[in-house]
Design a protein around this ligand. Structure first.
Ligand SMILES: [Zn+2]
Length: 424
């Protein structure tokens, strides 16, 4: 049975990479096949030049994605099979000891190194790719400051959580993973509560939507749909990008509706109202609670997997780690590293299911918006404009969109909206 874990890990890594590259190529071919003229369904909403640009944008993003995939595969294989992980871990414990604080520092440092390695790609995506298609508005200074703020947030919130989770291993023994999962979930809920007030303002400016017809219209919508909200705010999304969005955040009294400034300039008032109605639809149909339920389930599965990995002596040996039984933080760290590196190769295959589910929510929110507005046209207009402004891919391959898309395509959404119109 020698080498079996290595072979399984290698197969998992390669299978995901091959699937990703294959789907990407399939999609590119499909997009190119429709590139010469605007498909019939979109002739009245998009001109030839813009359509051509959306094709180029899709292809450029797709090629960039392939480069990232290839880099990740090489890095992952190097990390797992070169022996660098156990070597670094041993050096670290020899120097700093195996206390909970030392182990938390080791894991945190590993996370920092991982994000530093991906920085060149993030930089390229923002300042080359997005810039070439006129979306980037971030200055290099903002981009660098953002990274430091992110690190600061991770240090002040993530690091203490890490210490607590590792402490729980020593405090609670074999059921540590249940305690750890529970603590992480409580932490997530607290984060959702404080993020709008404490974290998001670190990165963006939020200003109340100014007095006027739009504000009246949106508050009237919130009242009509019995959606308790105290404030509707505009976020300076244009500080970083010309892409647009809208969302709501926080619970109860702290809830607020946020519109990107880019959205308020791109859409007319009834269209903005329909977008907000769609967002309220997500709340009314309890999508937020359902998604939260799934993420809670995911946290438990994740910790259960780490606890299981930590009992597999053969796995430790195979990847070069010394194995010690017993509930000390240092004994669990290799299992956590292996989980962090390999979990994605398995969860990848579940993403189509998650996306299928998420697309159902989008249809429901669209139907809610249509019913609330008593008209499908404003939402259809809004979706068309947003698709055009964001240069979204109008002709994804069905397998590609089925696998990756959290939202139905424009055509699918329009058809569903028309159907509910006829069914009425
Ligand atoms: Zn939605």
């Amino acid at each position: 049975m020698a080498f079996l874990p290595s072979i399984i890990a290698l197969v998992l890594i390669l299978a995901r990479a091959i699937a990703e590259l294959w789907l990407s190529r399939l999609n590119q071919r499909h997009v190119r096949a429709h590139a010469n003229q605007v498909p019939l369904a979109f002739r009245e909403m998009i001109d030839n030049t813009t359509y051509r640009r959306s094709v180029d944008y899709t292809l450029a993003k797709s090629r960039f994605g392939e480069a990232v995939t290839l880099f990740d595969v090489v890095l992952l294989i190097a990390l797992l099979f070169s022996g660098v992980l156990p070597w670094t871990f041993e050096k670290f414990t020899a120097t700093f000891g195996a206390s909970v604080l030392a182990m938390a520092s080791f894991l945190f440092a590993a996370g920092v190194v991982a994000s530093v390695v991906s920085l060149p790609f993030a930089w390229y995506a923002q300042f080359k790719l997005e810039d070439r298609f006129g979306f980037n508005t971030t200055t290099l200074k903002t981009w660098i400051v953002d990274r430091f703020k992110g690190l600061l947030v991770a240090l002040s919130l993530g690091f203490p959580l890490l210490v607590l989770v590792l402490k729980l291993i020593e405090w609670t023994g074999s059921y540590w993973w249940i305690w750890a999962a529970a603590v992480v979930i409580v932490f997530q809920l607290l984060l959702m509560l404080i993020a709008p007030a404490v974290i998001m303002p670190l990165f963006n400016k939020f200003t109340p939507l100014p007095e006027g017809s739009l504000r009246e219209r949106l508050f009237a919508l919130a009242r009509r749909t019995d959606f308790p909200t105290r404030s509707i705010e505009v976020m300076d999304g244009s500080k970083r990008s010309r892409h647009s969005n809208a969302f709501f955040t926080g619970f109860g009294r702290l809830r607020k509706i946020v519109l990107f400034d880019t959205l308020t300039t791109q859409l007319a008032e009834p269209e903005l109202e329909s977008v907000l109605a769609h967002e309220i639809g997500h709340y009314k149909k309890r999508h937020v609670v359902k998604l939260l339920g799934v993420s809670i389930f995911g946290v438990f599965i994740g910790f259960a997997a780490v606890a299981w990995l930590a009992r597999q002596e053969w796995l430790y040996r195979e990847f070069g780690f010394a194995y010690h039984a017993g509930f000390a933080a240092a004994n669990l760290v290799p299992a956590m590293l292996l989980f962090a590196l390999l979990a994605g190769t398995i969860s990848f295959w579940f993403s189509p299911l998650v996306h299928l589910w998420s697309r159902r929510f989008e249809y429901e929110a669209d139907a809610f918006a249509r019913a609330t507005m008593d008209d499908a046209q404003p939402l259809i207009q809004a979706l068309r404009k947003l698709t055009e402004k964001n240069l979204s891919n109008l002709t994804p391959h069905p397998l590609f969109s089925g696998f990756y898309y959290s939202h139905p395509t424009l055509l699918e959404r329009e058809r569903a909206l028309q159907r509910t119109l006829l069914a009425k």
